[in-house]
Design a protein around this ligand. Structure first.
Ligand code: 48H
Length: 257
């Protein structure tokens, strides 16, 4: 059989378009494919929810690939290890209550499990706005990351969803967008995005999990965005809180959806 160049193009265009059309309506849309977003997508998809994950960059994984200062190892506590066990990511004990994992194995395995569980991942696409109706977020406004980077004047497309997870990490982009554009208050002590506090691993990890919750009708925070939205400390390259937050947000949404 001789390969037909144009048939290859046709296969890609048809299959991608079908996947995108199928995702125009979903139960949950996860914004950001770092550890928190991927873990949330996995547990939700495994429970049978229709999950779409939007990632701005070419690769999912967010800040996990780089471990700490490009030393590509991550540290997790006992509860983080339990989640990595769930994904079959190998860990090694380092000291009592401290485990290490290879960040490359962690990202690639968590991503693979999320996709195989049924989560539909769209990379190279950015969320540039939300759809708001009667005080609730009902969907997302998407554009190619390349269009946004190039500053081209190209109008976006929209997807409808039951719940949104802001898993965009430090910038808490979904929360910031809602605050800036809706004129409504967020469900935080000040009604706005409070901003991340300086490093304290112990308090930061606790705050991440505690602040994994709905901060605007239909929108939940997960991962590092929780600390930005609710004013929690950063915690450096310890990832148990990110994993735990992804699992917790999935459980909270499953109680509602
Ligand atoms: C589409 C977007 C958009 C957008 C952003 O930063 P992440 O890894 O986020 P978490 O919360 O899963 O993990 C945080 C962790 O990596 C970290 O930074 C830690 C522990 N820091 C501690 C410290 O002290 O510094 O991933 C977020 C992802 C990224 O891949 C972005 O590209 C993506 O979200 N993203 N995708 N549309 N508008 N904004």
């Amino acid at each position: 059989m001789k390969l037909d160049d144009v048939l290859i193009s046709k296969a890609i265009i048809e299959r991608f378009s079908a996947k995108l059309v199928d995702c125009l309506e979903s139960d949950v849309a996860v914004v950001g494919g770092g550890p928190a977003g991927l873990v949330a997508a996995y547990y939700l998809a495994r429970a049978g929810k229709r999950v779409i994950l939007i990632e701005r960059k070419t690769a999912v994984g967010g800040g996990m690939w780089g471990g700490g200062m490009m030393f590509n190892q991550i540290v997790v506590q006992q509860y983080g290890k339990a989640i990595l066990d769930d994904f079959d990511v190998r860990t090694e004990p380092f000291a009592e209550g401290y485990y290490t994992a290879d960040s490359i194995e962690a990202v690639s395995t968590i991503c693979s499990k999320a996709v195989k569980a049924g989560a539909r991942v769209f990379n190279l696409i950015s969320v540039e706005d939300v759809m708001l109706s009667e005080g609730r977020v009902t969907g997302l406004v998407l554009n190619w990351s390349a269009v946004m980077t190039a500053g081209l004047h190209v109008d976006p497309l929209t997807i409808r969803t039951g719940f949104v997870i802001d898993a965009t990490g430090h910038p808490a982009e979904v929360a910031t967008l809602i605050e800036r554009k809706s004129g409504e208050k967020l469900d935080t002590p000040t009604g706005v995005v409070i901003g991340e506090r300086p490093m304290c691993a112990e308090a930061g990890e606790r705050a991440t999990v505690e602040n994994t919750r709905e901060f605007f009708p239909g929108v939940f925070a997960a991962g590092m965005s929780c600390n930005a939205i609710f004013g929690g400390p950063r915690m450096g390259p310890v990832f148990g809180g990110m994993l735990m937050s992804g699992k917790k947000v999935a459980e909270l949404i499953m109680q509602r959806a």
